[in-house]
Write a protein that binds this ligand. Structure first.
Ligand code: TRP
Length: 392
């Protein structure tokens, strides 16, 4: 791990300790998202932005300028398919879909199955199974196939690999060590060139334009490294911007919703009863230990996970979240009731998602309109000087 004077660590491969989100920005060199920037998002501004769950950014202004003036603009947000997806994983995708509906953004969605072989103790067979499962979750969101591309690193290696090879020469091992900590294997040493490829791919296909990467803050090192590659100006690309989010809390309390701790996460496949049961049993409560004490002293919404879920993603109405916070603090709203409200909202959301997923046909068929076309592959490869046509 990089030397860190604080008692928390945030890299793409480790998130530990009590995160100080402001200190993290100083370490990473990103900036807070300002009210003036929020006001430049198209109306209605998504709750994740309005409530500053996306709390920091790099170059968000040129992106908003392009997005609101009808110029080409794109969003890249991906998934490392190392397990089943939980509610914390899906927020950036729904956010991307929301912006696509508002501004016609191109959306590129890379699945880094290679990264997960490198980083996780899982077999290629397991990762492939999760890749297929995760793809169905992403397809269920309902992106516009004319404006969306879904890329799988190993399946689409014919386009990813030549580009990553070009970018890899721009990155030294010591930069990787300084940015991520010493990688465990040479796969992880190389992988940053792959993720840089993801972030530049829309420009390599469509020509230079503004790209935004909405992602949890632990992925910022990838954005930074990619921006350094873009800045060398060997290729005609703009530096991708980023919108960086805090972590959706896990049921056991604030911090990253982890797939690996003992407390379960709420999965996209959970039915209503399972959601209720998980929230009732595990959601950390900011309430008092008895009803009498709660009525007298009130609860603390800041640490209450049910409230945080509603605030972060599941309750759209600002008035309603404020009302819930007020009544909880006053002691009028009890923990059990707040849990019930959160579980219902989450289950309603999941029901919609699951209905769309159940309506999907075979994966190959559904994926086809989202795959990068032969022509797009060729354009992207040629952009880094690869002369084509022998193999395909
Ligand atoms: N590395 C990301 C993860 O582990 C997944 C990912 C791959 C990604 N490519 C991306 C995220 C591009 C955002 C943008 O979760």
């Amino acid at each position: 791990m990089p030397a860190n004077p604080d008692d928390f660590t945030v890299t793409p491969y480790a998130v530990e300790g009590e995160i100080d989100y402001d200190r993290l920005l100083e370490q990473f060199g990103a900036d807070r998202l300002t009210d003036a920037q929020i006001a430049r998002f198209p109306e209605p501004v998504h709750p994740l932005v309005r409530r500053k769950v996306f709390y920091a950014q790099r170059d968000v202004e040129p992106f908003l300028e392009a997005a609101t003036s009808g110029q080409t603009h794109s969003i890249v947000t991906g998934r490392g398919p190392s397990g089943s997806m939980h509610i914390g994983h899906i927020a950036p995708f729904y956010f991307a879909k929301y912006l696509q509906d508002q501004t016609g953004a191109l959306v590129y969605i890379p699945l880094s199955d290679d990264e997960k072989y490198f980083a996780k103790d899982k077999s290629i067979a397991e990762i492939s199974t999760y890749t297929r499962e995760n793809l169905r979750e992403i397809l269920a969101i309902g992106f516009d196939p004319n404006r969306t591309r879904i890329i799988i690193d190993t399946t689409d290696a014919d386009v990813i690999y030549p580009l990553a090879a070009a970018f890899a020469t721009e990155v030294t091992q010591s930069t990787v060590d300084a940015t991520y900590g010493t990688p465990e294997n040479i796969g992880l040493s190389f992988y940053p060139a792959i993720q840089a490829t993801h972030l530049l791919l829309p420009q390599l296909v469509e020509g230079p334009h503004s790209t935004l990467v909405p992602i949890a803050v632990d992925q910022d090192p990838h954005v930074r490294l990619c921006r350094d590659i873009a800045a060398k100006q060997r290729y005609d690309v703009m530096k991708p911007g980023a919108l960086l989010s805090k972590f959706l809390p896990s049921l056991e309390g604030p911090g990253k919703m982890s797939s690996s701790s003992d407390t379960p996460s709420i999965l996209l496949s959970d039915d209503r009863e399972t959601v209720r049961e998980k929230v009732r049993t595990y959601a950390y409560s900011g309430g008092q230990s008895s009803v009498e004490a709660h009525r007298e002293h009130g609860g603390n919404p800041e640490v209450d996970v049910s409230y945080q879920f509603l605030y972060y993603f599941f309750e759209e109405s600002d008035e309603r979240v404020e009302q819930l916070a007020r009544e909880y603090r006053d002691g009028a709203l009890l923990s059990g009731k707040l849990k019930e409200i959160a579980a219902t909202k989450i289950a309603d959301f999941l029901e919609g998602h699951q209905k769309r997923r159940a309506a999907l046909g075979s994966l190959d068929e559904e994926l086809r309109p989202y795959r990068i076309t032969a022509n797009e592959r060729q354009i992207a490869r040629q952009r880094v000087g690869y002369s084509d046509g022998l193999l395909i």
